[in-house]
Design a protein around this ligand. Structure first.
Ligand SMILES: *[C@@H]1O[C@H](CO)[C@@H](O)[C@H](O)[C@H]1NC(C)=O
Ligand SMILES: *[C@@H]1O[C@H](CO)[C@@H](O)[C@H](O)[C@H]1NC(C)=O
Ligand SMILES: [Zn+2]
Length: 458
């Protein structure tokens, strides 16, 4: 008895010394963190750094290393693990914490395992070192996109387990391959699988983007990406001859029409009438014409073929047929010897034929729970946005499942895919607290009808 008391006492003392040491260390120096971190927080930061050091960048992402690290974390927390492999060499890790009512739709927390490449020569610290500078900035490829949320989910679940929390709805966590290269072998195959169907997912949290202000950002849709290729033909002729109907002349009509349309959209953004994500963007990505010669191009010949490529992005509620009509009539009319290909790069409607949009109003009870949990956690939300680029959330929305893009990173420059991507330790730690609130609220929420009743009473 007395021996164990002594042991307990010295252990307490040790813990005390360690906490004080860690606190003083973290708090030292100029630009000290907003609060000294405890030893618990220091271990959370270490686990984040460990995950960041796994080289998951394309073209050779270490999926096995990442899955093995995350599985070990999950086991230490007490979560069930399952590795799925829809494409050889591209594992998908699924963690589960079953709720007390298995008949209720579950919660899914999603992140991707892979990262885009990094050019070390442009970084002030090596991109896989996860170096933490005296100001608490942790530098690594994936620090914002999106290894932060992966570890924040796990650490929030670790806290909830330690606290004796018991979810009503099941909580699943997915770590998927290949998001950065389109997700065809990753999330697209996952949502189409029997394993996915059996999870009975009711609501998903996926990645979002950093916020340079102190308000959190949330994304309810991705813009729809298209590639547009316009081909023009025309009579060839001598470089000296003025005539109508050459291929390049025809293609210039297209370029001018597109430029006028682009200006009309961009002017709305510049005038502050619409946000960038509410308009259609069209940007020229290549131009191809001319007859090659050993030293460049033949300079006295007007070519008989010319081609231009555009990146086109549509808000998800836009009618694609209206765009097609515009291309046929104004941008690439056949009467001007032009043809086009409009290539859709991903789903554009859900399985019920509806736009790929998650409602952010009271028609979506999950939204109300989300919003409330953020406010309980002391967070402020910006007006919900449409993401300019794409994420795997589109595959979930395609299944008719509400999904929000959310990465809790306030007062942080947007550095995804950029050199010197970093996340501050304090921002990372605060995100864990936000997820703790979110996960406990979302997994406890009783039923959609009960929530509606509460709203009616209010
Ligand atoms: C279309 O191309 C053909 C040759 O391919 C040419 O004879 C004709 O003039 C062109 N018409 C226009 C409107 O450019
Ligand atoms: C809620 O949002 C959805 C999707 O944006 C919209 O279609 C619907 O009309 C909105 N409902 C209400 C009650 O505002
Ligand atoms: Zn991402």
């Amino acid at each position: 008895m007395s021996l164990s008391m002594v042991t307990a006492k010295s252990l307490l003392l040790l813990v005390f010394i360690f906490c004080a040491g860690a606190g003083a260390g973290a708090g030292a120096g100029a630009g000290a963190p907003d609060f000294p971190s405890t030893s618990d927080e220091e271990s959370q930061i270490e686990r984040f750094q460990q995950y960041l050091r796994i080289r998951t960048a394309h073209p050779y992402p270490d999926y096995a290393g990442a899955v093995s690290f995350l599985s070990a974390q999950a086991r230490s927390i007490g979560l069930e693990t399952l590795t799925l492999e829809f494409t050889p060499g591209k594992p998908l890790l699924l963690l589960s914490w079953y709720g007390s009512d298995l008949s209720l739709p579950s919660l899914l927390l999603n992140s991707h395992l892979d990262s885009v490449p990094a050019e070390p020569s442009h970084w002030i610290h090596p991109p896989f070192s996860a170096h933490r500078d005296p100001e608490g900035r942790i530098y690594a490829r994936g620090a914002q996109d999106d290894k932060s949320i992966a570890i924040q989910y796990l650490e929030a679940l670790r806290h909830l387990k330690a606290r004796g929390f018991s979810p009503l709805r099941s909580i699943h966590v997915s770590f998927v391959p290949d998001e950065e290269i389109g997700g065809a072998d990753g999330h697209a195959k996952f949502v189409a699988s029997e394993q996915f169907r059996r999870l009975n997912i009711g609501f998903v949290l996926d990645e979002g983007q950093a916020s340079p202000t102190d308000e959190l950002r949330v994304f309810y849709a991705d813009r729809l990406p298209f590639s547009l290729i316009v081909n023009a033909v025309g009579s060839p002729g001598h470089g000296s001859k003025m005539y109508d109907g050459s291929a390049v002349e025809n293609l210039m009509e297209c370029a001018e029409a597109v430029a006028r349309f682009r200006d009309s959209q961009f002017d709305l953004v510049k005038a502050g009438i619409m946000a960038g994500f509410e308009v259609i963007s069209v940007n020229t990505v290549y131009m191809k014409a001319g007859t090659p010669a050993p030293t460049g191009f033949v300079m006295n010949l007007q070519a008989s073929e010319a081609e231009m490529g555009f990146d086109v992005r549509l808000p998800p509620t836009e009618d694609i047929d209206v765009l097609r009509k515009r291309i046929q009539e104004e941008w690439a009319p056949i009467s001007r010897n032009m043809t086009y290909q409009l290539i859709q790069k991903g789903p554009t409607r859900d399985i019920n034929g509806r736009p790929l949009v998650t409602a952010t109003n009271e028609s979506n009870p999950w939204w109300s729970v989300f919003e409330q949990a953020i406010s309980v956690a002391g967070g402020k939300l910006e007006k919900p946005e449409i993401l300019s680029s794409t994420t795997d959330a589109r595959y979930l929305r395609q299944m008719g499942i509400p999904a929000l893009g959310f990465s809790p990173m306030v007062n942080t420059p947007i550095l995804l895919h950029d050199h010197n991507e970093f996340l501050k330790d304090t921002v990372f730690l605060n995100g864990i607290k936000i997820y703790e609130n979110l996960i406990s609220a979302l997994s406890s929420f009783q039923s959609e009808s009960i929530l509606e009743e509460i709203h009616l009473e209010l």
